[in-house]
Design a protein around this ligand. Structure first.
Ligand code: AMP
Ligand code: ZN
Length: 801
């Protein structure tokens, strides 16, 4: 091998690498730590002389490895073998070899990209012009060294080169590993200059956007088509921010070459370079899960070498983590002006902070669980879960959006009238309550002392078909106190409350007195009816089996008080009228809050009627809470929430438990297991009082018709008053001159009753009620079809005839 060291000491040095002196050096480039081996130097000198010796010994002194080559061929061969960092070529004597040609031949090789080549030239003699180094540079030399055989001069030259260019080149070579990483990265990466000229895109970027890198590199981002689905303000704001050197991340719509819009999670990082200025923007992009998956299939092909597992993680990396951060990619940044306000910046940095918070609300947990499930699910399942997430993110989870039923004015009026609070707010005259100040009338202390006609009627009190209107008639519109005493006695309420029957009677009297007998529907007969239905439901095996005695007591008390002091007007009316109550309860669950609050005030303000007076504090608080919860559950704005929760938590698990037989006597393990879950008991109690409250369409036909007439009359009276007072008419279809009661009942049953009673029947087993409901529905349908318009007022007493 001709390039082997020729010097007597050379063999020793090249074999043992100047042992004791040759050492590795540690260098850092960015966050990367590199270890640099001892420098290798190739001396290309045709003949040994003092100059070549000078370099040789200088290498020795500096701890570099050194080779010497005598001919152009051996020089090239040696270089290709060792890849020296520094090459010194003797340029002094053109007769020995063509130094420029050697330099060019070496430069032409790939490993020479990072090599420093020095030309040793003759000293400029006195009076001679200094020659330009340009021809040398053009030939591929990096430096010129003026002949100087002093070892220290050679040494100085070499170590300056090492600390300067060699070290820089070494760092640059390390960047190749970084580029390799970028090329294989699954996230799309784009690097632009500070003025948004694309400098680099990786293969994942090409695949995501559908472009070849040749079509992108060198282009300004503004030249590429943008998606029009981004918020214009946002782009300005973020542009301003990243230009200030801050990183931005979030969601952004980009347009693929094909024209498709895709939603990406984008992180844009400004990179500071020379002069401490921003020199690049690096954008890292992942697809959001909300993109149409059918359009995303391209992303899974790009790494064909992936194993199954790798592929899995590939798709993971693109699936979104459900962050809904507003964002941008560099494309839009360039196209947007940067005059956004600091207020906007503040707003967006707040959004970023909020997104980084872990709010452990149950809904957050649910969303997180779904997100994790998406990670490992098929595209079909992930798509379905995307839709689930969309729904969960809406606030009104339990309010159905009116679809085709929307077209029916009866339904939309009922829904609007019963389910909305204070939507049509007007400042107007306040509604003045007309209190029912029925004169006290003697009521027996114990129910066993009731007059025979009443006692006789009450014998049938446990039957669903019990006629509450007859009781209303024989009690002179005081059915609540009589039915109440009988029912409460049956359920051992006085024993539970540790109160006398006299106290209970006084309480019923106070409560009944505070119902308005002037209301055609919301009077104490309705309260008695709801109490009757509640007691009936409590007698059902599954209901009884899943509730505790305290729940039964709470349910019966709640039913009794649930509409006390009802003004015969809806919540919407009170809100529109700016009534005292609406103001007091901030237009929210106005009546229901009032019923519960007033009932407790009436009960506790006088010991004579305070049925709670002997309860200990804990019992009282638990009972009070259960009562309030049930009364508030009668608010119709929450109708679908309560029904859906009941179905999801009680009915669905029950149906999947095949051991449960759906019959009245089935006292199964499931029912008892419900007792262990207070939340489930709460759902059952809410559902029970809700069903009891609107059970009138499930009563025998003649009772159902009477109730329909009464509620209609109350609505008509409200419409009359709204018109009179110039208030918004909440339910225009309930105009006494035009209303079709059958239509309104069909709508009410379709929209509120049918599903709810299906669910309640599935739990409590109520075949009798369901039969009535079906019959009644048929009745209204028949009437509607025959366009019978004679059903106007209950006083006409010809409802349904
Ligand atoms: P509450 O005010 O507690 O009795 O709540 C029940 C709601 O259902 C009330 O807004 C009633 O007006 C309404 N409602 C009850 N029965 C009927 C019916 N047969 N037709 C229309 N609305 C009814
Ligand atoms: Zn009611």
């Amino acid at each position: 091998m001709r390039w082997l060291p020729w010097h007597p000491m050379a063999y020793f040095f090249s074999r043992f690498f100047l042992s004791g002196q040759a050492s590795t050096t540690e260098t850092e480039i960015g966050p990367m730590r590199l270890t640099q081996d001892p420098i290798q130097v190739l001396l290309i000198f045709a003949k040994e002389d003092k100059q070549s010796d000078g370099f040789w010994w200088a290498c020795n002194k500096a701890g570099y490895r050194c080779n010497i080559a005598r001919t152009p061929e051996s020089a090239l061969e040696c270089f290709l073998d060792k890849h020296h960092e520094i090459i010194v070529i003797d340029y002094r004597n053109p007769r020995h070899f063509d130094a420029e040609a050697i330099c060019r031949s070496i430069r032409a090789t790939k490993p020479a990209e990072h090599t420093v080549i020095i030309a040793v030239t003759l000293q400029v003699s006195a009076g001679q012009e200094e020659a330009s180094v340009l021809p040398l540079l053009h030939a591929g030399f990096n430096r010129r060294f003026l002949e100087n055989n002093s070892i220290i001069a050679c040494y100085n030259e070499l170590i300056q080169i090492e600390h300067g260019e060699v070290r820089s080149q070494f760092k640059l070579r390390a960047c190749n590993s970084v580029f390799t990483a970028l090329e294989h990265c699954h996230e799309a990466i784009e690097i632009t200059s500070e003025d948004h000229i694309i400098q680099y895109v990786n293969p994942a970027f090409e695949q995501m956007m559908g472009y070849q890198k040749g079509e992108l590199i060198g282009k300004e981002l503004t030249e590429l088509p943008k998606s029009d689905r981004n918020h214009a303000d946002l782009l300005d704001t973020i542009n301003t921010c990243i230009k200030r050197g801050k990183e931005w991340q979030g969601v952004y719509y980009a347009r693929r070459k094909s024209g498709d819009n895709i939603q990406q999670h984008v992180k844009i990082t400004p990179v500071t370079g020379q002069g401490g200025k921003i020199r690049h923007f690096v954008s890292i992009k992942k697809l959001c899960c909300s993109n149409d998956r059918s359009k995303q299939t391209y992303r899974i092909h790009h790494d064909e070498k992936c194993t199954g597992d790798q592929f899995q993680s590939d798709s993971h990396s693109f699936r979104c983590k459900n962050r809904r951060k507003e964002s941008i990619d560099a494309k839009s940044i360039t196209s947007q002006s940067s005059d956004a306000t600091s207020l906007q910046n503040h707003r967006y940095s707040s959004i970023a902070r909020i997104h980084s918070m872990t709010i452990e609300a149950p809904i957050t947990k649910v969303i997180n669980i779904i997100n994790s499930a998406q990670e490992n699910s098929s595209v079909t399942v992930a798509e379905a879960l995307d839709r689930v997430l969309e729904i969960l993110r809406t606030t009104e989870l339990y309010s159905p959006q009116l679809g085709s039923k929307d077209d029916d004015p009866h339904t939309s009026d009922l829904v609007g009238g019963l389910m909305m609070d204070g939507l049509k707010k007007l400042s107007g005259n306040e509604y003045i309550f007309s209190k029912n100040m029925n004169q006290n009338q003697s009521v027996p202390v114990t129910i066993s002392d009731a007059p025979p006609c009443i006692a006789h009627l009450l014998d049938n009190e446990e039957s669903w078909d019990f006629n509450i209107f007859e009781l209303e008639a024989v009690t002179n519109k005081r059915p609540l106190v009589y039915l109440g005493l009988k029912t409460f006695s049956r359920f051992g309420i006085c024993e539970f409350l540790n109160c006398s029957e006299a106290t209970l009677r006084a309480w019923f009297q106070v409560i009944e007195t505070n119902y308005h007998s002037s209301n055609s529907y919301h009077n104490s007969t309705h309260a008695a009816d709801v109490l009757h239905a509640t007691a009936f439901f409590l007698g059902k095996e599954r209901v009884k089996g899943s509730l505790d005695h305290l729940d039964q007591v709470a349910a019966l008390i709640a039913a009794t008080i649930h509409d006390v002091d009802h003004p015969g007007r809806t919540n919407s009316f009170l809100c529109n009228a700016g009534s005292e109550l609406a103001v007091l309860y901030n237009d929210t669950a106005v009546l229901e809050s009032h019923h519960a609050a007033l009932a407790f005030q009436l009960t506790t303000k006088d010991n004579k009627c305070n049925i709670f007076k002997n309860l200990n504090r804990n019992h009282y608080r638990t009972l009070r809470q259960a009562i309030i919860d049930m009364v508030l559950a009668t608010e119709m704005t929450k109708h679908f929430e309560h029904v859906n929760k009941f179905v999801n938590s009680i009915i669905k698990p029950m149906s999947s438990d095949e051991s449960n037989s759906n019959n009245d006597s089935g006292d199964c393990e499931y029912t008892h297991s419900l007792k262990n879950f207070p939340d489930n008991q709460t759902l059952i109690k809410r559902m029970m009082i809700k069903c009891a409250d609107v059970a009138n369409p499930c009563r025998p036909l003649e009772l159902c018709i009477e109730w329909a007439g009464r509620i209609s009359e109350e609505y008509f009276a409200q419409t009359d008053e709204e018109k009179k007072q110039g208030l918004p008419v909440v339910m225009p279809v309930f105009d006494r001159n035009t209303c079709s009661i059958p239509k309104s009942q069909i709508s009410f049953i379709d929209y509120f009753i049918m599903d709810m009673f299906d669910a309640w029947d599935a739990f409590a087993y109520l075949p009798g009620l369901m039969q009535h409901l079906a019959n009644n529905y048929k009745h209204w349908k028949k009437l509607d079809e025959s366009k019978c318009r004679s059903l106007r007022l209950p006083s006409e007493n010809n409802l349904g005839s």
